[in-house]
Write a protein that binds this ligand. Sequence first.
Ligand code: HEC
Ligand code: HEC
Length: 237
Amino acid sequence: MLQKKPFLSAVSVLTIAMAMTSVAYGSTIAKTVSVASPAAATSSVMNVTAATSSVTSGGVPTVVQNSCMACHGLQGVSPDGGMFPNLAGQWKPYILRELDHFKAHTRADPLSPIMWGMVAPLTAAQTQQVADYFSSQKPASGHVYDPKLVAEGKKLYFGGLPKMQMPACMACHGTTLAGLPPFFPMLAGQKRTYVINQLTYFKSGQRVATHKGIMQYIATRLDQTQIAALAAYIRSR
Ligand code: HEC
Ligand code: HEC
């Protein structure tokens, strides 16, 4: 059944995962860097800078209300039925990394150009501000659309596909789907269409995963039925 020779064995994928996990535990540096900007913004003599990182009376960054809310929701939970991902509660280092990839056009799947336009005008202070804001919002709650599909997805999520040498999603995204910073994004409650799109883009090579092509390795072992089941399970959490 397996047509292509795996370029990584399941074991070496897991080794990478574990190595990345131990790096993650020691990553106070990333945190230190990421809290540096509000001070930088306020100490600026330019009132333009102060204005660009301003918040509404409700405590929402102006930039979120003006530029992000329409697609991602005011609190980072996007409207149902769309292709827009939830951002609420996503890890800050992951949000910052994706914003950088959109800025550099290195995330270039078919829907990325929408985001290229959104990140282009953001200042460094605003980029930090939106990442702080969305990562500290309450994650979306789960929703079960199709119990049968959810059960199939759950099996794949926790069991992987040993015959295809595909490790379980759980190994990197965790038993609660919370992911682990800085490398592994949270998946819990993510929109189905978005998950289906991303797994399809990883599979086709249209989205290039940052870390050793891990998600491409995974997604090329999944068919569209399995992708739909995984998306249903992820949405249910
Ligand atoms: C017009 C709709 C639209 C607006 C407005 C918008 N986005 Fe997006 N956003 C998208 C789409 C579509 C994607 C998925 C892109 C892809 O598949 O490459 C996305 C993806 C993202 C991601 C990656 C999420 C992930 O899980 O990988 C982040 C982070 C993000 N947007 C942040 C923002 C921020 C911050 C703003 C405001 C400055 C914003 N977006 C405004 C449509 C929008
Ligand atoms: C060996 C570790 C590993 C395994 C196993 C793994 N992932 Fe991932 N996953 C990642 C990494 C790392 C990323 C971030 C992508 C990047 O680096 O660009 C990611 C990203 C994703 C994304 C995109 C999230 C977003 O917000 O855009 C989805 C969806 C996803 N994984 C689903 C899965 C599913 C479903 C499985 C199981 C079939 C799985 N992953 C197994 C490491 C893993």
